[in-house]
Design a protein around this ligand. Structure first.
Ligand code: PLP
Length: 436
């Protein structure tokens, strides 16, 4: 019944027979087989190993099979593998304590969810209850998850077949390389994007707006570092109009930018923080909302109308405690910062000098985008067929890579070494050279 013999052929056969995949037409799929991993490497059943510069789905911040985290999960499994959300449990409290320790002072409470989408779902719910208002403003260049409100808050194409939730309004965030505001400097981009947002707030009616929901650093949309003053300006607008500011740290949080929270690098404190992915590197599905004292206090005597059977699941909690401790003890977040500043960033900028196909390189920590263009002058995005070729050439060289629209997202685990960066850069260089 439980035949464990494995081969790439068997894995693919079962997958194609029975597994229905995300975001795909099912017929033409040829998924990569991954059966094992360690650190920044993952491999299949036939000895083919890949250097993982995708961090799987940009969540594997601590790398594959960190022994402290896998041991903590096994240890918790031996003690108590599940517990109702209403119970008090030590591992849950320890996990929440570690997360709020990374948040600004006025955050003491965490509501745990199963992943990032339902974290945003519950943050939106909290903002609506807090303000008694309905609308949620978010940017077109965003992804917030694939559930009711989260997918409609999302700006990219994935929203369009799913627009069943109400009260969502979108706006343009800053992106100097492809400015919607005819800006030529970061300061201009910031100022004009803020003016656009304020006009949108006024046009929609401030008294109808519950929240502004933003990825601190929009990830899937292109690793768009906010220009100076933008997030502080959004905070000011939220204060002026009584709007809750939700920062989505699902992809950017817990090390990816080289900081614990991405917003630590900007002059902004949100009202609600959502997280998932990097908090435990996805070893067990989990996410959550870190809630400011002011919003949390509102539910001291009023029922919070939300909950999940697996909120604060003990295996997820054990993985958070261990991952957070290992990241701190081993300097993993500092490593991401150093790699970005001293190794990966400079190497990618060097590639941009060499390959005219690169329009822009941007990022920080282990969170980088190489934006590819058909023409540097017009900035015409590289065609999808060429991007598909790039992806397959990278994979053929055993580099697990993420391509998104006309970009390569360079997103290794936070533990990546100088040598692994050098190895990957040789591959990017070689593949971009094929297109010259
Ligand atoms: N928010 C951001 C910024 C994300 O990048 C993602 C997933 O990629 C999500 C939310 C959704 O998280 P999940 O897939 O865990 O529901």
């Amino acid at each position: 019944v439980n035949d464990r013999t494995t081969s790439n052929e068997r894995v693919i056969g079962l997958d194609r027979a029975h597994v229905f995949h995300s975001w795909s037409a099912q017929a033409g799929l040829a998924p990569l087989v991954i059966t094992g991993g360690s650190g920044c490497r993952a491999w299949d059943d036939e000895g083919t190993a890949y250097l993982d510069f995708s961090s799987q789905l940009i969540n594997l911040n601590i790398g594959h099979q960190h022994p402290v985290v896998t041991a903590a999960i096994a240890e918790q499994a031996a003690v108590l593998t599940t517990v109702a959300p209403a119970a008090a449990n030590l591992t849950r409290g320890e996990a929440a304590k570690r997360i709020v320790a990374r948040a600004p002072e006025r955050f003491e409470k965490v509501f745990f969810t199963n992943g990032g989408a339902d974290a945003n779902e519950n943050a939106i719910r909290l903002a609506r209850l807090h303000t008694g208002r309905d609308k949620v403003l978010s940017t077109y260049r965003s992804y917030h998850g694939n559930t009711g409100a989260a997918i409609v808050a999302t700006g990219d194409w994935r929203r369009m077949p799913n627009e069943f939730a109400r009260g969502h309004v979108h706006f343009w965030g800053p992106y100097l390389y492809r400015s919607e505001f005819w800006a030529t400097t970061p300061e201009q981009e910031s100022e004009r994007a803020l003016q656009h947002l304020e006009r949108l707030i006024q046009g929609e009616g401030p008294a109808t707006i519950a929240a502004v929901l933003l990825e601190t650093v929009p990830g899937t949309a292109g690793i768009l570092l906010p220009p100076p003053g933008y997030l502080a300006g959004v905070r000011e607008l939220c204060d002026r109009y009584g709007i809750v500011l939700i920062l989505d740290e699902v992809m950017a949080g817990f090390g990816r930018t080289g900081r614990w929270f991405a917003f630590d690098g900007y002059d902004v404190v949100p009202d609600l923080i959502t997280f998932a992915k990097g908090v435990n590197s996805g070893y067990v599905p989990v996410g959550g909302v870190v809630i400011s004292d002011e919003i949390a206090a509102e539910f001291d005597d009023v029922v919070f109308p939300g909950g999940l059977t697996y909120s604060g699941h003990p295996l997820a909690m054990a993985s958070i405690v261990a991952a957070q401790d290992a990241m701190a003890n081993e300097g993993i977040v500092d490593n991401a910062a150093r790699i970005g500043a001293d190794v990966l960033g400079p190497a990618l900028h060097e590639l941009a000098q060499k390959h005219p196909i690169i329009g822009e390189v941007r990022g920080e920590g282990v969170f980088w985008a190489i934006e590819l263009v058909a023409d540097r002058q017009t900035r015409e995005p590289l065609a999808p067929a060429v991007m598909a070729r790039i992806k397959s050439e990278l994979m053929a060289r055993r580099l697990l890579a993420i391509t998104q629209d006309n970009r390569i997202h360079v997103v290794p685990p936070c533990i990546v070494t100088d040598d692994e960066v050098a190895e990957a850069v040789v591959v990017y260089d070689e593949v971009l050279g094929l297109l010259a």
